[in-house]
Write a protein that binds this ligand. Structure first.
Ligand code: NI
Ligand code: MN
Length: 222
């Protein structure tokens, strides 16, 4: 069984069989987070890009627990230059780790580093496949990714302004065809305020996915 915990914004922790993996650990400066970085133990940190609301407390957690940081080449090199353990990947690449595989997907967004590219991740974490899209607009190749991988759970931004808003995010779910979807990247700041119930309604009317809304600090078992 994999437990997924939402900490607000784009930060999710996966735990199974004593292994923990965190996406975009924005905690201490995250107005929605119910946890502090010192509460988090992670074996792996996956970074979609280096904007501050995604890099978050990566270096604090890395200092405390020496996790492997998985990201794009440019970001992995920055982590290594600070003496942290990192594994560099890039768009389209897939690699096996102890927990399963990571496939790096495109995300149409700034990378936060010169010459970089933002990304998303399709992660096989033990028996489940989870697609964290990262910060992105809607793009048609999400349909292709949904055909290439059998996605159990999608994590998609709905807050608009910097990423997809609700109508586009519902189309993304139709393209990705996950069994379940959890919305992210909303209500952290006034500019990305929205009602996730509107997303749930649209997803469940237009797709076969189940939409699960997690309050920050809440967990869901896959
Ligand atoms: Ni961003
Ligand atoms: Mn963001």
């Amino acid at each position: 069984m994999t437990k997924i915990t939402f900490y607000g914004h784009a930060c999710f922790l996966l735990e199974n069989q004593g292994t923990s993996l965190i996406f975009d650990p924005f905690l201490d400066d995250n107005p929605l987070s119910t946890a502090a970085s010192e509460d988090i133990k992670a074996d792996y940190i996956l970074l979609t890009h280096l904007h501050v609301d995604h890099l978050g407390d990566t270096f604090k957690i890395a200092k405390a627990h020496n996790p492997l940081i998985i990201s794009t080449f440019e970001i992995a090199k920055i982590c290594e230059s600070r003496k942290f353990r990192a594994h560099a990947m890039h768009l389209g690449g897939k690699h096996n780790f102890d927990f399963g595989f990571v496939r790096v997907t495109p995300a149409f967004h700034g990378s936060g580093v010169p010459g970089g590219h933002a990304c998303g991740f399709i992660v096989k974490f033990f028996e489940h496949v989870i697609y964290h899209t990262g910060d992105t607009c809607l793009f048609g190749d999400m349909r292709l990714l949904g055909e290439l991988e059998d996605i159990d759970l999608a994590l998609v931004p709905i807050g608009d302004n910097y990423t997809m808003g609700i109508p586009d995010a519902a189309v993304a779910v139709d393209f990705i065809r996950p069994k379940q979807v959890i919305p992210m990247h909303y209500n952290t700041f006034p500019v990305i305020e929205c009602d996730p119930m509107g997303f749930k309604k649209e997803v469940e009317e237009k797709t076969s996915a189940e939409c699960i809304i997690l309050a920050p600090g809440e967990s869901h078992n896959l």
